[in-house]
Design a protein around this ligand. Structure first.
Ligand code: NG1
Ligand code: ZN
Length: 545
């Protein structure tokens, strides 16, 4: 068959076992040709099964430039259904073309995937700026088109969230080009700017420029395009990748968040400036400012604080809606926030003190996203800066109806403005996945709305000192966790030993889990002092070794 002959060009490397993990397959790019080819097949089958457009993104995000990876966007724009992950693993690891074909035949039968009389498969392809992306894209195309009548549409170099946005838009019957993406982001941004209360506009915070570290990846370049469509937001992009810097090397959101030092290209000249950092595929965003002229230390404003800012703003708009006499009980929108165990303990306390419902899930966007989708407005963020705000269809419908009704009656009322703001947020913020570009615009407009500087925002609460370490072990799957990864259930005795260490520290907290993207066990620790957090992390990592 066609499949048998084409797959013989993509033999898997020997002795490598790949797993779909928290973010698709990731490995050194040289190992991935057969994997990407096979994920192309999977994407086409998924498209047939769902009779929808599927996305396939080639990226290794914040990992080093020689790595690459591949992941699937489901019809909603979200992550691949978890039910298909075992098939993805089996497909990637099938030793020979014959095994591969047999595996596919069995799966097609089991899943009842329609071939004849059905709409042919369509797969949107995107990739980041990695040099290995070109050859892997060819593998992706070959994989998709080895399935009968399947079509691969190459969207070129994109941020991960752009591709997810496009898949979602296409499946909703909306226009879904990059131009449409930029159009929607910029128009909803301008709408939010126009709705800022007049008496606050003089406080500034936005009139001074924002400096963005693009991680030498795709995000900085796209941000420069987007900026031209915005009025009144001045952005300087550094580390755009156009001046010779290397992707993710000493730059980017992952580096800034983990190392808590300035990225390359930033320094004493930036003291007092509002700075932000994207990761390599622009689905993570953190803010920071340079602490002092003499050191490379930064004050980090992480994903938890972005979440807190968003939650405050949304809660305020809901309050305005609910206070209005004739609005009462018309729609009790449920607001929920979702974090992982990596969220700084001070952020969780702060959010609970605001009276918000805080939910914890295991690491991995699929879990956070799924939980957030249970609310009318669900805000999720990982501390590392990946997150977004999800709106339920029914709440959007209510907002639309309400703004329509009001615009004929009480024009320009506070209630109408609050409803219009929430509608604009739902269009600005990516409904498919965390998106650094749309997140950045929302942060900027909220700061402007509040009349806040970066410092004022950062003072919402003070982070507890924390430390993250990686431990190389023989078999990381030996560590099994429960309760959103907060307790170890296996190997036996490990949790008790960790507890004994935690007990030695004021405000101590620590947990361990196997990484889903690297061959390591991650250790996280918090304590009332940095020395405490460091030494707790260190002693727990000794227990794991
Ligand atoms: P792993 O390697 O499973 O910890 C990392 C991040 C996740 C998520 C994924 C996908 C941490 C501690 N973990 O997962 O939050 O972003 O990568 O990129 O930051
Ligand atoms: Zn990323």
């Amino acid at each position: 068959s066609l499949l048998l002959s084409s797959s013989s060009h993509y033999l898997p490397p020997q002795g490598v076992k790949l797993s779909y993990g928290t973010a698709g397959f990731r490995a050194d790019a040289s190992l991935l040709h057969s994997t990407v080819y096979r994920v192309g097949i999977l994407a086409a089958l998924r498209s047939l099964k769902t009779q929808s457009m599927i996305g396939m993104m080639t990226t290794a995000s914040h990992n080093k430039i020689s790595d690459n990876g591949v992941k699937i966007a489901d019809p909603s724009g979200g992550m691949l259904s978890q039910q298909w992950e075992p098939f993805a693993d089996a497909l990637a690891n099938a030793p020979s073309p014959q095994d591969l074909v047999q595996l596919i035949n069995e799966f097609v039968k089991k899943e009842n995937i329609p071939f004849s009389g059905a709409r042919p498969a369509e797969v949107l392809l995107g990739r980041d700026t990695r040099p290995s992306g070109d050859a892997l894209l060819k593998a992706a195309k070959d994989g998709v088109t080895s399935v009968i009548a399947a079509v691969a549409i190459d969207m070129g170099i994109l941020t991960t969230p752009q591709l997810h946005w496009m898949v979602r838009a296409r499946n909703k019957g909306m226009k879904a080009s990059e131009h449409d993406y930029f159009g929607q982001l910029s128009s909803s941004f301008r709408c939010l700017m126009d709705l800022i209360p007049g008496d606050k506009s003089t406080f500034g915070g936005i009139n001074d420029k924002l400096v963005v570290d693009g991680a030498n990846g795709v995000g900085g370049v796209k941000l420069k395009v987007l900026e031209k469509l915005l009025n009144g937001l001045i952005i300087e992009v550094r580390n755009s990748g156009e001046d010779g810097g290397i992707l993710n090397e000493g730059v980017g959101a992952d580096y800034v968040q983990k190392e808590k030092v300035v990225p390359h290209g930033f320094g004493s000249k930036d003291v007092g400036t509002r700075c932000a950092s994207l990761d390599g595929d622009a689905d993570r965003l953190v803010y920071f400012c340079v602490s002092s002229e003499s050191s490379s230390k930064i004050d980090l404003v992480d994903g938890d604080k972005i979440l807190s800012l968003f939650a405050l703003f949304i809660r305020e708009q809901l309050r305005i809606l609910n206070e209005q006499e004739d609005m009462k009980n018309s729609y009790q929108a449920r607001l929920g926030v979702v974090q992982t165990a990596y969220a700084n303990g001070a952020s969780t306390n702060y959010l609970r003190q605001l009276g918000l419902e805080v939910n914890l899930t295991p690491t991995g966007v699929k879990y956070l996203h799924e939980k957030a989708a249970e609310f009318d407005i669900g805000i999720y963020f990982e501390a590392n800066g990946h997150g977004t705000i999800l709106f339920s269809e029914s709440f959007i419908g209510w907002l639309e109806a309400t703004t329509d009704k009001l615009s004929s009656g009480s024009k320009g009322s506070e209630v109408e403005k609050a409803a219009l703001r929430l509608l604009a947020v739902s269009k600005l913020i990516n409904q498919a996945v965390g998106d650094a570009l749309s997140g950045l615009l929302l942060v900027e407009v909220i700061l402007q709305h509040m009349g806040w500087t970066l410092d004022r925002w950062n003072e919402l609460y003070q982070d507890l000192p924390s430390r993250q370490l990686k431990v190389k072990v023989a078999d990381r799957t030996a560590v099994v966790t429960a309760n959103a990864e907060t307790v170890v259930v296996s190997p036996p005795g490990l949790q008790e030993a960790i507890n004994a260490e935690i007990a030695k520290y004021l405000q101590g907290r620590s947990f361990v889990r196997p990484s889903g993207t690297e061959d390591v066990v991650r250790v996280y620790a918090e304590a009332s002092t940095q020395e405490g957090a460091d030494s707790l992390a260190y002693s727990v990592s000794k227990l794991v070794e």
